[in-house]
Design a protein around this ligand. Structure first.
Ligand code: ZN
Length: 226
């Protein structure tokens, strides 16, 4: 999908199909003029800076979990702060683009809508202006496995980042269990390299929190003058 190749903000029109999907989440039917929608690249199957990688199955699972989740600002989960809602999720594959492992690049792409109000007018303007926005998404991954032997990382002799008989050792993220809201992050976080995880006592069950550094917002703006 071309949208994954581009790091530029793109303006698209809401389709009838989008409107129908959005109106499943609303109490009354909204028309395109009242709405603002955008696309987000949530996560993909590329090895990240922590030597971890979502499996395609995990991306499919996350697609189900993220549907209907809210988009908030600065991780403040108050109802007044709910900026947008995810109304569509899709796992898309770009057969022409290969990951570092030579697999087709695959990503979870979401669409979110917001109802145009005075309170989000500035945010919409910032997105329209192409100002870079970080988006942070969090989820719980139930099972981690070593890419070399399949065992739980730490319970085998393989170290992520090293190569064993030609196999690059990294951690596979399998079986997503839950997904949290997505948050615009106004101030670039202190996260080194954009990725952090909350380590929990149970190594099988930890939160992966990803801050995407590039512009992952693809706008679907209804052109009023059309
Ligand atoms: Zn191993």
């Amino acid at each position: 999908m071309k949208l994954l190749k581009s790091a530029q903000v793109q303006t698209l029109a809401l389709t009838e199909d989008d409107l129908e999907q959005i109106n499943r989440h609303t109490l009354r039917a909204f028309n395109a003029d009242e709405l603002y929608a955008f696309k987000l690249l949530m996560c993909d199957n590329e090895i990240d800076r922590d030597d971890e990688r979502f499996t395609v199955d995990a991306l499919q699972g996350l697609a189900k979990l993220y549907l209907g989740k809210t988009v908030i600002r600065d991780h403040v989960p108050s109802s007044a702060n709910q900026t947008a809602r995810i109304y569509s999720t899709e796992v898309v594959q770009d057969a022409e683009r290969k990951t570092s492992l030579g697999e087709p690049y695959t990503a979870l792409v979401s669409k979110a809508y917001m109802v145009r109000t005075d309170s989000n007018a500035d945010l919409i303007k910032e997105i329209e202006a192409g100002i870079k926005k970080e988006v942070s998404v969090g989820c719980i991954i139930h099972r981690l496995s070593c890419s070399v032997c399949g065992n739980t990382p730490g319970k085998c002799r393989h170290l992520p980042g090293r190569t064993y008989d030609g196999v690059y050792c990294h951690t596979l993220l399998n079986d997503p269990k839950d997904a949290y809201e997505v948050s615009f992050v106004a101030v670039p976080s202190q996260r080194n390299a954009g990725t952090t995880k909350n380590h929990e006592d149970d190594p099988e069950d930890r939160t992966k929190d990803i801050a995407l550094n590039d512009v992952f917002l693809f706008l679907q703006k209804q052109r009023k003058d059309d």
